[in-house]
Write a protein that binds this ligand. Structure first.
Ligand SMILES: [Zn+2]
Length: 141
């Protein structure tokens, strides 16, 4: 998963995509937690409980809080990710972007990005491409 996420940022997709020479690697051990006993987050309290687990990335089966939710950070700029098992390497790269302070592209005020936002790795839905603009590049570095 980490190597696939790395490849997404390192390869050039289309147009003005910027290649970013970062490498995601897991450090530390894998643990299990019991905050959400059935693996399904179905209340904001359960989500908070999972976010309060000490590991940076928490994997759960699913969540019923937001349909289509594949991953989430507790707050932009925090190293606190929840990933669902339906999330993939693109989801992981996107959520790591949030931990680095990156926002969704549709929030970016740069007017030159308006027609390309859906191609960006930081678009709020899974996109067909995984492009980075200059601010994404700076954030990931
Ligand atoms: Zn996002």
């Amino acid at each position: 998963m980490f190597s696939s996420a790395t490849e997404l940022l390192q390869k050039r997709d289309i147009g003005d995509d910027i290649r970013c020479a970062v490498k995601f690697v897991r450090s530390g051990s894998l643990n299990t937690f019991t905050a959400s006993g059935d693996g399904i987050i179905d209340s904001t309290q359960e989500e908070d409980d999972v976010f309060n687990e000490s590991e940076h990335i928490k994997w759960v089966d699913s969540t019923s809080l937001t349909p289509g939710y594949l991953g989430r950070v507790s707050a932009i700029g925090t190293k606190n990710i929840i990933m669902t098992i339906n999330g993939n390497s693109k989801t992981l790269a996107h959520e790591i972007g949030h931990t680095r302070g990156l926002m969704h592209d549709e929030n970016n005020q740069d007017p030159s990005l308006n027609n390309r936002a859906s191609h960006r790795i930081m678009y709020h839905y899974l996109s067909t491409n995984n492009t980075l603009n200059q601010s994404d590049y700076i954030g990931y570095k």
